[in-house]
Design a protein. Structure first.
Length: 129
């Protein structure tokens, strides 16, 4: 887990956040064992901004990872950084169970996705799934 947290903190250094000036880093470990980092990427058209968590997840999935067990997220927040609702739903899609929330002070909080997103919308509820 230390490796994943370090990767999230390193990825935070690549944040493109000229509008909010709020840098976020995330990292996931794919089933292959490989770690993928991601940072938030903002846009002058603000709504196009992408969170660090989804950048990390999409990098892993687009490289062929089928399973992602854990995600770490880090930001300079008073308490460990908590993922937004959209990212929680994307985590549910790929079965990410363990989420380590961190801040730059070294505080950590490890939670399950069920704690972060109870009663999640589940693809199993779609017709034909
Ligand atoms: N942000 C993330 O990267 N992850 C989150 O879970 C919450 C918010 C980013 C989006 C935006 O670039 C900045 O933080 C301020 O909302």
């Amino acid at each position: 887990m230390e490796e994943l947290i370090s990767a999230a903190l390193i990825a935070r250094g690549s944040a493109y956040a000229p509008y909010s000036r709020f840098a976020v880093g995330a990292a996931v470990r794919g089933g292959s064992g490989r770690i993928y980092g991601g940072s938030n990427i903002e846009n002058a058209s603000y709504g196009l901004t992408m969170c660090a968590e989804r950048v990390a997840i999409f990098k892993a999935v687009s490289e062929g990872e089928k399973e992602i067990a854990a995600l770490a997220v880090a930001a300079d927040t008073p308490s460990p950084a908590s993922p937004c609702g959209a990212c929680r739903q994307v985590m549910a899609e790929f079965g990410i169970n363990e989420v380590v929330m961190c801040n730059t002070k070294g505080e950590r909080r490890t939670v399950t996705l069920a704690e972060l997103l109870p009663y999640a919308f589940d693809k199993a509820d779609l017709p034909g799934e």
